[in-house]
Ligand binder design. Structure first.
Ligand SMILES: NC(=O)c1ccc[n+]([C@@H]2O[C@H](COP(=O)([O-])OP(=O)(O)OC[C@H]3O[C@@H](n4cnc5c(N)ncnc54)[C@H](O)[C@@H]3O)[C@@H](O)[C@H]2O)c1
Length: 584
């Protein structure tokens, strides 16, 4: 298969002929993409096209794969020093004068670790981005440390990785992998990937190349046992490294990288919820992280700016928060900004949204924008979605937070009051989920939707019938949507805070009383919320945690957690409590 728009050449080295493809302007920094097993350079096609307008992108079929020839004899033809010879030959051909930015996936990453830790490549590699393929030397030391000092935790880590490595043992068996790939496995491979990894149907190159996969067994046989038994003691990286870890990798445990800082002086960590084949399933995110890292190294600052918790997870992601002009929304926008996300701050109050965006940039967001919209206005939301998708892209995280307070008994709540609170608190969330969620699902690269409900969603009261109803609806909407979107790797979370010290009390409406009494009640609840003094920043932390852990329902504040437990195990008690407290 030829990569669309690519220029091709053949590079001869050590008795093989390598097929090399190039995209983009050769005057730009060169990014070399090295594929894994059982793939060919095609595995990078989606990432390569996304990088080609800013970089000189180079791909090659590893010896014995795709359209590169195989060494003869096969045994001993795939050793790491020989693979390093190939890499050097390619780099000498495509970028003789400037060091290249190396990117490897799976076995492409395993071999790239060799390239970036041996002396003869010094000065030829500007940076290395590693995905799903550890250094065999580091892996050898990792095993050694756990065998020498076997605490229960370390033994657990060893057993965990051992169980994930079943295929490595099989690949060492003589003839078996060759027979399997040329027979049933070769035929079923695309279906296996489609089911287990959600790699789009027909999108995997190995589908047509079972003989490559058979050759590739020699990658394991020629290297794995020897290196794991005798890892090199000086396998230090001589270039900055970006490690991208897919958290759902069936073959590699995240724990493998615990000791990596020892070997890599300049390390940037990234993580994303996805399976092993991220170049296929998450090309937008992978390309964005490569772009950001390569650019920062070229600019002379190899470490990322963001220092906040979860910077590994949200750096560079596009996050939109509604109601971002105040309280929980503003704190959430700031927490994402601190983690290095690109933030869209939406509020009906234009000035407040602009202030949030401005401060987000100061805090660490590489980019932040303010947008004015009333979430209850369907047309305004449609226009907002159109603007956001065209100007900034498809969201990685959507936080439907905008909401208003409404207190007062059922019979003092007018239909107009009902409409208002449902329009903002429920319809606002529906519009957000529909307009932004649809594009997320259509893109097919995962994402997350957070809906800010409330403890009032599961805690009945005679004081907040309309508000509680709106929040209960948001909670159930979130649960239903979570079920619907699970198959597309889009998580949905309902956040349920208790009393949080924000401005909500100042704007909440109190029904059935005159203006003076309403003002008194506002002041009284503001005092109560102030005394409780639970900061919105803690809710923001809970939002980021919930997204990283893909949690369904998250009560925040002790009283919200307590009420949640009661609602599940002692609902009668909660109902009795609901009869108290008529005046909020
Ligand atoms: N503060 C609490 O105790 C508490 C408890 C549980 C749930 N919540 C929920 O948290 C969310 C945020 O509330 P907060 O406490 O931060 O309140 P807040 O009043 O401090 O902030 C709400 C923000 O949303 C904006 N907003 C309101 N209506 C809007 C609309 N129609 N379109 C666009 N923007 C709009 C406001 O301008 C404001 O900037 C709400 O959904 C609220 O129901 C708050």
């Amino acid at each position: 298969m030829t990569l669309k728009g690519a220029r091709e050449r053949r590079v001869r080295t050590g008795g093989v002929e390598l097929c090399v493809a190039e995209l983009g302007d050769p005057r730009q920094p060169t990014v070399v993409l090295v594929h894994g097993y059982p793939d060919s350079m095609e595995v990078w096609s989606e990432v390569a096209v996304r990088l080609a307008d800013r970089f000189h992108v180079v791909l090659y079929d590893v010896r014995g794969h795709g359209r590169s020839t195989a060494p003869r004899p096969l045994r001993g033809g795939f050793t790491l020093p020989k693979l390093t010879d190939d890499f050097m030959a390619v780099v000498d051909a495509v970028s003789p004068d400037r060091p290249v930015h190396l990117v490897g996936h799976d076995w492409g990453s395993v071999q790239s670790w060799e390239f970036v830790t041996v002396g003869r490549t010094k000065g030829r590699i500007a940076s290395f981005t590693s995905m799903s393929g550890p250094s065999l030397d580091h892996f050898g030391h990792w095993i050694g440390a756990r065998v020498k000092r076997p605490t229960p935790r370390r033994v657990g880590q060893l057993l965990g990785q051992g169980a994930r490595s079943w295929y490595v043992y099989l690949l060492h068996a003589p003839a078996l992998p060759e027979l399997a790939w040329r027979g049933p496995l070769g035929k079923r491979w695309p279906r296996i990937l489609e089911r287990a990894e959600k790699v789009p149907a027909g999108a995997h190159p190995a589908a047509s190349l079972p003989s490559d996969a058979a050759h590739g067994a020699w990658l394991y046989r020629d290297n794995v046992r020897a290196r794991l038994r005798r890892p090199r003691p000086d396998a230090f990286a001589h270039a900055p490294v970006q490690l991208i870890t897919p958290l759902g990798d069936a073959f590699l445990s995240e724990r493998l990288y615990d000791d990596l800082d020892t070997w890599v002086p300049r390390l940037t960590r990234r993580a994303l919820p996805a399976g092993h084949w991220i170049p296929r399933t998450r090309p937008d995110q992978v390309a964005a992280w490569i772009d950001e890292f390569v650019t920062s190294v070229e600019d002379g600052r190899p470490e990322t700016k963001a220092t906040g918790r979860h910077a590994d997870r949200f750096g560079g992601q596009l996050v939109l928060v509604t109601g971002a002009g105040s309280g929980i929304g503003r704190a959430t926008a700031f927490a994402f900004a601190e983690a290095g996300a690109r933030v869209v701050a939406v509020d009906r109050d234009a000035e407040a949204a602009a202030r949030t965006a401005e401060l987000s940039r100061l805090i660490g967001a590489p980019e932040a924008w303010a947008e004015t919209a009333d979430v209850s206005d369907e047309q305004a939301m449609e226009k907002l979605a159109e603007r956001v998708h065209t100007a900034y892209g498809v969201l990685d995280v959507l936080v439907n937070n905008a909401g208003i307070g409404l207190a007062g008994s059922f019979f003092t709540t007018t239909t107009e009051d009902w409409r208002k609170v449902l329009d903002v608190n429920l319809w606002g969330v529906i519009h957000g989920c529909r307009l932004f969620g649809a594009r997320m699902a259509e893109r097919g690269q995962g994402g997350h939707i957070v809906n800010v409900a409330s403890a009032a969603a599961y805690q009945p009261s005679r004081a907040l019938p309309a508000y509680s109803t709106s929040k209960a609806a948001v909670l159930m909407l979130s649960e239903c949507l979570r079920a619907e979107l699970a198959g597309q790797d889009i998580g949905v979370t309902a956040i349920c805070p208790g009393l949080v010290n924000t401005n909500i009390t100042a704007t909440a409406r109190f029904t059935g009383v005159d203006a003076a009494e309403e003002s008194r009640r506002r002041q009284r609840s503001a005092r109560l919320y102030g005394l409780r003094n639970y900061p919105p920043e803690k809710v923001a932390d809970a939002v980021l945690d919930a997204v990283t852990r893909n949690r369904a329902v998250v009560p925040v504040t002790p009283e919200a957690r307590g009420a949640h437990l009661l609602s599940r195990f002692m609902p009668g008690t909660l109902r009795r409590l609901a009869r108290l407290n008529p005046n909020p």
